[in-house]
Write a protein that binds this ligand. Structure first.
Ligand SMILES: [Zn+2]
Ligand SMILES: [Zn+2]
Length: 99
């Protein structure tokens, strides 16, 4: 049995960056195994379970997917998506609320 587990408020804040471009938000657990997983991409791409080295974001900008405002990239932005194949990364600034 394999289950996806969203981490609760006590989980470590710093989750690894996953190959799909998201920071992991949970774990894939099966007997004897607990690996970080991107819950957004789980079931869509195997990249959701592959940890990649922390990217260097210092020269990069992230663009809000809704209003196109830009901020310096950090992996802690909401809905941050690291897109090394594109000119900028994506995030969501909260401009349309959080519901
Ligand atoms: Zn993902
Ligand atoms: Zn926005």
């Amino acid at each position: 049995m394999e289950t996806l587990e969203l981490h609760g408020p006590k989980a470590p804040a710093k989750m690894p960056m996953m190959k799909c471009g998201h920071r992991a938000q949970g774990y894939r657990t099966s007997p004897g195994e607990k690996i970080p997983a991107c819950v957004i991409c789980a079931g869509i791409t195997p990249d959701a379970y592959i940890v990649v080295p922390e990217p260097n974001l210092s020269e990069r900008k992230a663009r809000c997917s809704t209003c196109s405002c830009e901020k310096a990239s950090t992996a802690n932005l909401a809905f941050f998506e690291y897109r090394p194949d594109q000119e900028h990364d994506w995030f969501y600034c909260g401009c349309r609320g959080w519901n």
